[in-house]
Ligand binder design. Structure first.
Ligand code: 6OG
Length: 167
């Protein structure tokens, strides 16, 4: 394990509305064939919030009044840089949800049994950390967490996640 080095900052955005959660099926690159929120690297010269809005537009074709709700730090065995991810959420959006080269958007039910045509949130096809904080996001809470992942594997060897207490 690299004990200290640099962090790279990413965004991850979720849209929730009326018992539904919008996720994207990642078609290529990092996290391929898994579902996640919409996001990516913060580019030089832009703020984290600007990056979040840009990535949501690029990957899902929509705009939304995003609110920052969580901070995650991941260290991967053998990878020098740690991943710092700022998580955003919105309860509404404007525009037409559009598939991109990178992501295929899909609605899921927040009900564990699904609802009508909608399947429940596919935790088995998501990063292993998501199940520990997504329920806090869905309940409008804020959270922070960290995890150590094995190299090129969706396996956490050590982790901690928590709901932020409001002062
Ligand atoms: P691009 O490389 O496609 O951005 N990401 C993670 N999200 C979760 N939930 N868990 C992880 O555990 C993650 N590692 C990375 C950040 C990658 C996108 O994937 C997210 C970005 O939204 C390891 O530009």
């Amino acid at each position: 394990w690299v004990r200290y080095s640099k962090t790279k900052i990413y965004t991850n955005c979720f849209i929730k509305q009326d018992g539904k959660l919008l996720l994207g099926y990642k078609k290529r690159g990092f996290g391929k064939d898994m579902y996640n929120g919409f996001g990516g690297k913060v580019e030089p010269g832009e703020s984290v919030s600007e990056a979040a809005h840009r990535e949501l537009k690029e990957e899902a074709g929509i705009e939304a009044p995003l609110r920052k709700c969580g901070t995650l730090l991941f260290v991967v065995d053998g990878v020098e840089e740690a991943f710092h991810i700022e998580v955003f959420v919105a309860d509404e959006y404007t525009g037409t949800i559009t598939e991109s080269d990178e992501m295929r958007p899909e609605w899921f039910s927040t009900n564990p049994n699904g609802e009508g045509d909608l399947k429940p949130i596919p935790y088995d096809k998501m990063w292993a950390d998501d199940i520990y904080w997504l329920y806090i996001l869905l309940a409008n809470g804020n959270f922070a967490g960290r995890a150590d992942f094995l190299a090129e594997e969706n396996t956490m060897v050590k982790y901690w996640f928590g709901k932020e207490e409001t002062p």
